[in-house]
Design a protein around this ligand. Sequence first.
Ligand code: ATP
Ligand code: MG
Length: 299
Amino acid sequence: MTSTGPMELPGYAHVYSGKVRDLYAPLDDAGSPRDDRVLLVASDRISAFDYILSTPIPDKGAVLTQLSLWWFEQLESLLPNHVVSTDVPDAVSGRAVLVERLDMVPVECVARAYLTGGGLAEYEATGTVSGLQLPPGLVDGSQFAEPLFTPSTKAPFGEHDQPMPYADVVAEVGAERAGQLRELTVRILERGHEIAASRGILIADTKVEFGVRPDGQLVLADEVLTPDSSRFWPAADWAPGKRQASYDKQFVRDWLTSAESGWDRASGEEPPALPDAVVEQTRAKYVEAYEALTGRAFG
Ligand code: ATP
Ligand code: MG
């Protein structure tokens, strides 16, 4: 089943919708929304070029939810996660998870194992990435000696996340917490990269979100190491010095920028609906990533 937006869920109150996920609070016996739990429902919405496309990708929400759950398990020895239960209403079965409602850390915690994208643009201009001085001679797709912590601000919808100097992270959350965020973010990418690379996928970079429990414990929240939060590259095709193909959204981007779509990115107009073949190829890539990483069959 395909899902594109918030729905009526008996026993739950809708509290928030992000670009991809819808959040609901379970109702307590008195019919009031609980403030300690949230049902995180991943829709099939897909974004490209900063637009949420009008065409959903069937099963995308379920694939990403199942992949995150698998990664939370793989990372359990590193830090606790927000998962409470996968026992969810039938209407959102497979693509929802009940989690602890946390006080979210207002920092997009990004780690990069390879130079590309926004990091490459900064490096070419200044020789730095997120203010960190790097050796000369790096190119698009070069692997760093070790992953860099390159945090960004959580921008409001429609605006780009902005790079956040480490000093700003310290100012926001304190030196001790900032150090924990940096250390954990880098270790999550290292661990994830090691596991994924052995299965044919490079995780070039990733964004994780942390939350804090009432007792102050830092917890891994949101989604983790999915193609939506990370750059996945097929290991077999990786070669520094070229733009690497995006694992999941390449068909979407290629089609949107082709003459066939009739869409002019510079026009400011919403992208057109995707053809069925592009939807099917994209769905297959999400499923392929899930199956390659977890070794499980999807569905
Ligand atoms: P945002 O809407 O914050 O700009 P987004 O578009 O990426 O970001 P989604 O991923 O669609 O949002 O929705 C997930 C939302 O749920 C995010 O705002 C995320 O910070 C929040 N979230 C994730 N885990 C938790 C949690 N355990 N407790 C509270 N909020 C959470
Ligand atoms: Mg998100």
